[in-house]
Design a protein around this ligand. Sequence first.
Ligand code: NCD
Ligand code: ZN
Length: 346
Amino acid sequence: MQSITIRRPDDWHLHLRDGAMLEGVIGDTSRDFARAIIMPNLVPPVVTTADAEAYRGRIMAALPKGDKFQPLMTLYLTEHTNPDDVEAGKTSGLITAVKLYPAGATTNSHGGVRDIEKAMPVLERMAKIGLPLCVHGEVTAPEVDIFDREAVFIETVLDPLRKRLPELKVTMEHVTTKDGIDYIKSAKSNLAGSITTHHLIINRNAILVGGIRPHYYCLPVAKRENHRLALRAAATSGDLRFFLGTDSAPHVDPLKECACGCAGIYTSINTMSCLAHVFEQENGLDRLEAFASLNGPAWYGLPVNEERITLVKRDEPVRFPAKVETGAGLVTVFDPMFPLYWDVDR
Ligand code: NCD
Ligand code: ZN
């Protein structure tokens, strides 16, 4: 039997939602992960440190008994964010990063930033105090094709911002293109990228071929195969600048399976099995720990986890539920479209 033991992984980009959905999904993360960066795109969003403190309390209250899990809180950047509040959040240890959503880029992002100029005082303060900016790297201009939005963001927003504030640490989240990978590799410092589980597995055909498949729709939308291959090469390379951010984003089925379905794929429950499969395919199992457990903490300046998990390759496929039941409704689980043999040994 094949097995691999790695430090307990972390998820550097996660949507936990709130209320009944939070209660229904958090156990799928806390089972396998020690920490996660928690996205602030609630309705209304987590804008102030007081909001983040209260949300952290709700997450801890929803945690299954006995699970050790540390939510790393983020603030949703607006054009009115107060630099002093952000600094206080970092100083108290509550806030790990600030999240930039270009207005309208994705689920619950209408309150995001329209004019980056207006956010400059906060960004300057973050550069000064060493607080990372997590970016949803897509422009939202209607004339830009949805498949080009990441590349155009790099050119028109991210690169100018980094030239203007070279001391600002930026995480390009859920990189989906070769352009994104190449841009991160070309940076000398202060830039890293998270990669999701599903973008290592699907390309855009999964959404569109043989019928429209809403459970493969997320933002940034999956791209062409050459981009997926670039993501796989980066993730399995061991390069310190790339780490796991699942972007697991639960929506109840009726909100996915309708005329205007929500973006988001739910992968918390089977991410480690999927990743072991991908890394084995790429002959990179010995670099899974770097991607899932080492590179993220190094980037965020946090200690690595001391606990270990063991993944074992079973003889029979591991059965994950097709749907997770939450108090908010059923949530469809990501189907990688191949059997999973790797299993976290619990
Ligand atoms: C996320 C969500 O549902 O909150 N959706 C997604 O497709 N990833 C938002 C996001 O991270 O873009
Ligand atoms: Zn996300």
